[in-house]
Design a protein around this ligand. Structure first.
Ligand code: SF4
Length: 303
């Protein structure tokens, strides 16, 4: 494996509980990185040699602002490019957003991505006028917005026409989206999902790392735990075909996962992720190390 970017899930906690969230972000979630753990991760990344970028995501990264700031500063000192994903809740005005962002810019932050769509929070911010994006521009940061198209009829049932086909928008139906948004959408036969359309499960360019040490090939689909084995060893020993969940996904997509383990299923699913996620839910007790942690499957009271 020669991936070059680690996307750190700084915390599973979030001030919102968005319907589309892959990671089940919530105020009631648990799990946050400490500064000491992140230093260990940086050193393991240096030892691996191929990593040149750290992206900090969540949950909501700004809930742990001092740790975030220190992590950006330290990653920069060690020569890594950095980026942040946030829901932008802290950007109440441009002037206040500058107070939050200036220390990060001075610490060496390269990019910031702010979610601006109907799924985040109570109000839809106009992307062009989002105070956080404007403050980022003023500080010379590379900035961008993350904006998902909702499924037709989302939060607008009074305007939907009976019998009208409802389509899926940009959302991928895994995590909370599979449980909150899939109902009522048009589906395709379960056995038509014969490939993973989104993730390179053999040799990805980036990998997600959560605060429990899990390295995710896709959210909740784990290749190893960096707190238990060194990153360099995990990547050297990674055998995708031998992985009990990734192997079938490579052989024939989520449909093969159903066939391989002879699992009950519906006639149709909204997309490949919908079938994959609901199938993985059924396999969690069988493969607790590979399908982890509980946070990624919506269990809020996990330690
Ligand atoms: S098909 Fe499965 S492994 Fe691929 S992106 Fe969707 S949920 Fe992830």
């Amino acid at each position: 494996m020669d991936f070059n970017s680690i996307h750190v899930l700084l915390t599973y906690q979030c001030n919102y509980e968005c319907d589309h969230c892959f990671t089940w972000g919530s105020p009631w979630q648990t799990g946050v990185f400490t500064g000491e753990q992140l230093e260990d991760v940086f050193q393991q990344a240096l030892a691996l040699g191929s990593i040149n970028e750290f992206y900090f995501e969540g949950g909501e990264t700004f809930l742990y602002y001092p740790v975030l700031l220190q992590s950006v500063r330290r990653a920069t000192e060690l020569g890594f490019a950095t980026g942040i994903v946030t829901n932008g809740y802290w950007a109440t005005t441009v002037e206040d957003a500058l107070i939050w962002l200036r220390p990060l810019a001075e610490a060496g932050l390269g990019q910031i991505s702010i979610s601006c769509d109907i799924f985040h929070g109570d109000a839809l911010e106009e992307t062009a006028t989002h105070p956080g994006l404007e403050a980022a521009r003023q500080l010379g940061l590379a900035e961008g917005s993350i904006s998902l198209e909702p499924p037709t009829g989302y939060r607008n049932p009074e305007t939907s026409i009976p019998g009208e086909a409802i389509s899926g928008g940009d959302v991928m139906y895994r995590g909370r989206a599979a449980e909150k948004l899939a109902a009522g959408l048009s589906t395709q036969p379960w056995d038509s999902f014969t490939t993973c359309p989104y993730e390179n499960l053999v040799n990805p360019g980036r990998i997600h790392l959560d605060p429990l040490g899990n390295l995710h090939m896709c959210q909740g689909l784990v290749m190893g735990n960096l707190f238990e084995r060194p990153l360099a060893q995990i990547t050297a020993e990674y055998d995708p075909e031998a992985h009990p969940v990734i192997g079938p996904l490579l052989a024939g997509g989520p449909a093969q996962l159903v066939r391989e383990y002879r699992l009950p299923h519906e006639a149709g699913y909204v997309d490949a992720c919908h079938l994959c996620y609901t199938t993985r839910q059924q396999l969690r007790s069988r493969f607790p190390l590979e399908l982890a942690p509980e946070q990624m499957y919506g269990v809020m009271e996990a330690a």
